[in-house]
Write a protein that binds this ligand. Structure first.
Ligand SMILES: Cc1cc2nc3c(=O)[nH]c(=O)nc-3n(C[C@H](O)[C@H](O)[C@H](O)COP(=O)(O)OP(=O)(O)OC[C@H]3O[C@@H](n4cnc5c(N)ncnc54)[C@H](O)[C@@H]3O)c2cc1C
Length: 381
């Protein structure tokens, strides 16, 4: 082990996930240099099983840093929203919005790969272990171990993009008592570029078109998730079919993975020369696919403010103020949907049915929900 060597960078980004990489590339496009640091080897992201539904607005941003994985993206042309064992349904159609697609589905690994392909060789310190973070007056010092060496990096701005936070007094946690079991299945007939969001008393079930398959997010209470993970393929397909209904037939389920679901909201977003973005700032329930879309807008807006106003504390304060409405809106939107729909209380079932019917019959209400999905923060007044 050798002694720590003092180094200086303007912006250090902890976490080279999709949000951290987007920030790095957006800053680089405007001429600002930053260093990414990740505790895992870069290829680890290629094992992530998630599929991400990205909004039309997200595609437009990712195209600006030339990282849109066009060939790996499946367009969503319609979204069908309904509830199990209840009436009411609504259909959101791209033709109402004069868009090529409402959104797109890409595998996490394809998006991460497309972003990583645009990084310079020296952009990331992979397999780096942070040992200590010490705030100073106008900088932050990060001590770390990398490739057998102790290093000390002084940075004017430390960006936390390290994903879902653990226990921290600044993070409010609300446990949904739901786990997402995800996998890919083959539908018959084909998906016709339609996504499904089906609310059930166990939690929402989402089917996202991906290539010729559906990427399934099957939300369940933890004990039911245990049982579903242990099933053989035939029993799993039958359980999925029972939850979804008979409009499509599913076969050939792929490998299953599980994610426990919580809402984690960090407040404050900024402390002196440190700022939190992406899942590190807010981790949401995956219903309606808001998480990465929101994190992408975090990265984008932070880059815009730093490029326009300079790398200093006052820029961070401005950033936090700018992000308040979008992140609170995203959290309230997903949290409200999960809590209103994940129960079997008969009067609420009727109210939900009326709500879905109203969405279908009352275009302004439907357009509000659709615009939230297409544009995210720009949908708010
Ligand atoms: C089942 C499921 C389905 C989802 N579906 C959607 C969807 O359809 N649409 C959508 O928009 N969002 C979706 N999301 C949310 C989305 O996955 C996240 O919002 C997104 O991955 C956040 O990206 P990130 O870069 O902030 O964090 P991450 O993707 O978690 O990346 C964090 C990076 O930081 C690194 N890291 C962690 N700790 C450290 C450390 N101490 N030091 C250094 N590096 C560190 C990690 O190795 C990783 O590379 C879904 C989530 C789940 C669980």
């Amino acid at each position: 082990m050798t002694e720590a060597v003092a180094e200086h960078v303007d912006i250090l980004i902890v976490g080279a996930g999709p949000v951290g990489m987007t920030l790095h590339l957006a800053l680089a496009a405007g001429g600002l240099k930053s260093l990414l640091l990740d505790r895992r080897p870069q290829q680890a992201q290629q094992a992530d099983p998630r599929a991400l539904a990205l909004s039309h607005g997200a595609r437009q941003l990712i195209e600006q840093i030339a990282a849109w994985p066009a060939r790996a993206a499946t367009p969503i042309e319609t979204i069908h929203i309904s509830q199990k064992d209840g009436f009411g349904r609504t259909l959101i159609d791209r033709t109402d919005y004069d868009l090529p697609a409402l959104g797109y589905v890409v595998r996490y690994r394809d998006l991460a790969g497309a972003l990583a392909a645009n990084l310079a060789d020296d952009a990331v310190l992979s397999e780096a272990e942070i040992l200590d973070i010490t705030p100073g007056d106008d900088h932050v010092t990060v001590s770390l171990r990398h490739a057998g060496e102790l290093r000390s990096i002084q940075t004017r701005l430390l960006v936390h993009a390290e994903g879902t936070p653990g226990d921290d007094p600044d993070v409010t946690v609300s446990d949904y008592a739901q786990h997402a079991v995800i996998c890919e299945v083959t539908p018959t007939p084909g998906h016709n570029k339609r996504a499904w969001e089906r609310f059930t008393p166990d939690g929402p079930l989402a089917l996202l078109p991906l290539g010729n398959e559906y990427s399934v997010v099957f939300t369940l209470p933890p004990a039911t998730a245990d049982a579903v993970l242990a099933m053989d393929d035939a029993a799993f397909t039958a359980a999925l079919q029972a939850q979804f209904g008979g409009r499509l037939r599913f076969t050939k389920p792929g490998q299953r993975s599980r994610f426990p679901l919580t809402l984690r909201l960090r407040d404050p977003l900024v402390k002196d020369n440190e700022v939190w973005i992406g899942n590190a700032a807010q981790t949401l329930h995956p219903v309606s696919g808001q998480g990465f879309n929101l994190g992408l807008r975090d990265a984008w807006q932070l880059a815009e403010i730093l490029l326009a106003d300079g790398v200093d504390r006052s820029s961070l304060t401005r950033y936090a103020a700018h992000r308040r409405l979008d992140r609170k809106g995203g959290a309230l939107f997903t949290d409200g949907i999960v809590r209103a729909f994940s129960n079997d209380f008969a009067p609420l079932r009727v109210a939900r049915g009326l709500g879905l019917l109203a969405l279908d019959l009352f275009p302004p209400a439907r357009h509000f929900v659709a615009k939230r999905m297409i544009w995210g923060g720009r949908a708010w007044p």
